[in-house]
Ligand binder design. Structure first.
Ligand code: URP
Ligand code: ZN
Ligand code: ZN
Ligand code: ZN
Length: 456
């Protein structure tokens, strides 16, 4: 494999940034040196005026996800193409059992697809129902590097797990060196919110925000934290959308619990006014978009350190799927496409907007997601020995997001028409340039499964 030298850029690491040159060799970072230091005479990538950042790690990305009657529209080739064009070079997907399926079988099936991708991927396993084989399956998954296990407190009849099952899963994972990653919304509260909305004949997408309250989110977070604290088990909360929930996790962390908050880009940028516009079904997701004051307050936790990671919760449905049950949010496919836009919208609003530094951006979108999935420092940083996955980022470029210029396998973006500052210019995966100027220049499938290891 040929070598590559990256010269003249500003290297952005999670803990520092400054001018530095890089030597990439055999798919890994060989050296990080002061600008101008002699390096092997090989192909040079000119990074003048660019930020050189570790490729993004998206810790929450649904690839070809089936829920109810709907399956999201991308496979690994499509999802990772969009990811790479957006500056993300590692995704973490889910292996979520359908009723009757075994976690271990679903994980093996999903893992087999990773080689179709343009970049590497890790997987969250998932437990919905406990039986007398589950503990052994979890130990076997952990031994194979599937150390994070997704659980849900909602979606009755689909993926909802009982508090008993959550506790038992956490207990086994604590011993085997793993961690529950959990979607927290208290299902009885959601069902009551929805029943009342239906009684008022307000159960369409225009009323989405009122069908899944902030109270439902904080109630479930409090219960799951209590279970984790009882066991002293680590726990990671996906897509926290409300400051009260972030505060609960931060307080538990101050008491010594290994508890982490993930927020997703759409909850940090978009607000619930979109439910009053055309095609509000396109923004139906769980938790829903919140009001503007909540979005801005949530954004404050990016700067103060209480949010650990920023994900996309990418779920690639198209408009036809989103509007196919127009009258009732209970039957709509939940989730928004976003693997390609996660880095640009967060960079624009929060880095170009002066609210976080480039290093904090890298920490939130690459280093910490790699850490919580047990794949750091292989991913998420550019230290000697790390995989040579990086992005040359133009911090000044102004552009307008439009679905027709994105590669996501759908006909819309939740950010249509949004003007942003900052964009990925050149993307290197495994030491090779695979995207440049907004185009894939090497579409060779090269995805590898990334086994994780989390300290006990
Ligand atoms: O609405 C969402 N978030 N859909 C994807 C599945 C999930 O709950 O994360
Ligand atoms: Zn979820
Ligand atoms: Zn999700
Ligand atoms: Zn219907």
């Amino acid at each position: 494999m040929s070598d590559l030298v990256v010269r003249g850029g500003t290297l952005v690491q999670p803990d520092w940034s400054g001018p530095a040159d890089l030597h990439l060799s055999d798919g890994v970072v060989k050296a990080v040196v002061a600008p101008g230091t002699a390096l092997p005479d090989t192909e040079v990538l000119d990074a003048t005026g660019k930020l050189v950042m570790p490729g993004g790690v998206d810790p929450h990305c649904h690839v070809g996800f089936t829920s109810g009657e709907f399956t999201s529209l991308d496979g690994y080739a499509e999802c990772t193409t969009a990811a790479v064009l957006g500056g993300t070079t590692t995704i973490v997907d889910f292996a979520i059992p359908r009723p009757g399926q075994r976690p271990i079988d679903v994980a093996a099936d999903q893992q087999a697809k990773i080689s179709q991708g343009l970049c590497d991927a890790a997987l969250h396993a998932s437990v919905v129902e406990w039986d007398d084989t589950t503990a052994e399956q979890l130990r076997s998954l952990a031994a194979d590097g599937l150390v994070t296990v997704k659980m849900f407190t909602t979606y009755r009849g689909e993926t909802m797990a009982s508090a008993d099952t959550i506790l038992k899963t956490m207990q086994v994972l604590k011993e085997s060196g793993g961690m529950v990653v959990i979607h927290c919304e208290a299902n009885p509260i959601i069902e009551e919110d929805q029943r009342r909305a239906a009684d008022r004949n307000q159960i369409d997408a225009a009323n989405m925000a009122g069908t899944r309250s902030e109270l439902a989110e904080t109630a479930a977070v409090a219960e799951v934290l209590a279970i984790a604290e009882t066991l002293d088990a680590p726990v990671y909360f996906v897509h926290q959308s409300t400051p009260a929930a972030v505060e609960l996790v931060a307080a538990a962390r101050r008491r010594g619990l290994r508890a982490y908050t993930e927020s997703v880009a759409h909850h940090l940028v978009l607000d619930d006014s979109l439910y009053s516009g055309p095609n509000p079904e396109r923004w139906v997701c769980c938790p829903p978009l919140r009001d503007r004051a909540t979005v801005e307050a949530l954004g404050g936790y990016l700067a103060n350190g209480e949010i650990t990671t920023v994900a996309s919760d990418h779920c690639c449905y198209d408009t036809a799927q989103k509007v196919s049950h127009k009258h009732d949010v209970r039957h709509m496919p939940n989730g928004l496409p976003g693997v390609q836009t996660r880095l640009p919208v967060i960079f624009s609003k929060y880095v170009a907007g002066g609210r976080i530094t480039p290093s904090r951006f890298v920490e939130l979108t690459a280093a910490n997601p790699a850490r919580t999935n047990g794949i750091y420092p292989r991913k998420g940083t550019l230290a000697p020995g790390s995989d040579a996955d990086l992005v040359l980022w133009d911090p000044q470029a102004r552009w307008t997001i439009t679905a027709s210029e994105l590669a996501q396998a759908t006909d819309y973006t939740p950010y249509e028409g949004m003007e942003v500052t900052g964009r990925p210019e050149t993307v290197v995966v495994g030491g090779r340039v695979i995207a440049a100027g907004g185009q894939i220049v090497d579409a060779t499938p090269r995805g590898r499964f990334l086994p994780g290891a989390i300290a006990r």
